[in-house]
Ligand binder design. Structure first.
Ligand code: PLP
Length: 399
């Protein structure tokens, strides 16, 4: 049987068995509604309070500023739509970056249709936003700036504290989509001085279908779901109790083993990057070399089509992700890869490998050998590579 090597932890992570175990009683024995006044409901409420406090402590936030949602996408939608609306009498200008996840970029596009104006900050070749560009884009009528903490494709980590300070100096609020960052980078909302922050449990070994939005006390953001009084009347709907308890347990475990987990991922990530760059020709690393997620490696292989690479690697048991979005029904290369300046044909040959705690050095060595073999095989079939070999044409115009 082919071994399976899961290198797509940015897409989702395995739920820790301890998390599943912590969740189970809340489906079966302790299923009371936290809004019910009798003890069977109130004990569920107490468990929710405890989960909120633990999660808040890991993020350096007061417990009452953590709001539970159904996913990172909901948190992003809430942060942008409700805040833009609440502050619309001050201004209708928002700022974001060109490399946001679609949960942000499709939301800002929707807001543009509702009469808001949005500035999309460019990034440099490493995927970094220039703080001077943010300073220049801020206006009297800018109410909210939203910048992704760590990019889900290329892994680049932004200078969030500096960007938030610039926004605040000019009277704008600051949101960050930290879905890829929470539990992978040290995060303290008070130290970073952000007003809103989104996270999602399934990216850190929690269950799918639960996320959170940190909303700084005193912020005027509107209610997102109207109905009951849950989540301080800002997000109605009976709480997903087992999932919230699972999210708290997952974050506890991730933070308990933070140092060794991250050191392990960093070592393997660098081993992977060093080997691929040294042993494969005509390849580039996408994203910043050091200011990147500890578990992310993203490469572009010239003369190779990313989808073919992905499918051939799958035959060898390696599960990864490509930089073109064919899988999501579009043939366009990723907007993130285009934003860092990759030409279409190179962006199409991209591969994201995202490691996890369970990844081993043997997994990485097996993967590098597989990449070498598959890239060579695919290039043999590429007319562009043949032209290149015969000196007719060089594709590599990038850096
Ligand atoms: N934001 C980023 C940066 C992400 O990577 C993702 C998921 O891939 C999301 C938002 C959406 O999170 P969810 O899957 O919980 O809706």
């Amino acid at each position: 049987m082919t071994r399976q090597i899961y290198l797509d932890n940015a897409a989702t992570t395995a739920t820790y068995p301890e998390v599943v175990e912590a969740m189970l009683p809340w489906f079966t024995e302790r299923y009371g509604n936290p809004s019910s006044l009798y003890e069977f409901g109130q004990s569920t409420k107490a468990a929710l309070i405890d989960a909120r406090e633990r999660i808040a402590a890991h993020l350096g936030a007061p417990a009452q500023d953590i709001y539970f949602t159904a996913c990172g996408t909901e948190s992003d939608n809430w942060a942008l739509k409700a805040t833009a609306e609440a502050y619309a009498n001050k201004g209708k200008h928002l700022i974001t970056s060109a490399i946001e996840h679609h949960a942000i970029s499709h939301t800002t596009e929707w807001l543009e249709k509702q009469g808001f104006e949005v500035t999309y900050l460019p990034v440099n070749a490493d995927g970094l936003v220039n703080p001077a560009d943010l300073a220049a884009a801020l206006r009297e009528d800018t109410t909210l700036v939203s910048i992704i903490f760590a990019n889900n494709e290329i892994g680049t980590v932004q200078p969030i504290k500096e960007l938030a300070a610039i926004a605040h100096e000019r009277g704008a609020l600051f949101h960050t989509d930290a879905v890829q960052a929470v539990a992978h980078l040290p995060i303290n909302v008070e130290e970073l001085d952000v007003d809103l922050l989104s996270a999602s449990a399934h990216k850190f070994h929690g269950p799918k279908g639960v996320g959170l939005l940190y909303i700084r006390k005193g912020l005027k953001t509107r209610s997102f779901l109207h109905g009951g009084a849950q989540e301080r009347k800002r997000r109605a709907g009976t709480e997903n109790v087992p999932a919230i308890i699972g999210m708290a347990k997952a974050l506890d475990l991730c933070m308990e083993r933070f140092d060794e987990r991250i050191a392990h991922e960093l070592e393997l990530r660098d081993h992977l990057i060093n080997r691929v760059l040294a042993e494969v020709e005509h390849v580039r690393l996408n994203g910043h070399r050091t200011l990147r997620l500890p578990n992310n490696a993203n490469f572009s292989f010239e003369f190779v089509e990313g989808e073919s690479l992905l499918l051939t690697l799958e035959q060898k048991g390696i599960l990864a992700s490509s930089g073109s979005a064919c899988a999501s029904g579009s043939l366009d290369p990723s907007h993130v890869l285009l934003a860092i300046g990759l030409p279409h044909e190179i962006a199409h040959g991209s591969l994201r490998l995202s490691l996890g705690e369970a990844t081993t050095r043997e997994d990485i060595d097996y993967t590098v050998e597989a990449i070498k073999e598959v890239v060579e095989r695919l290039r043999q079939m590429s007319p562009l590579f043949e032209d290149f070999i015969h000196g007719k044409k060089a594709l590599s115009a990038v850096r």
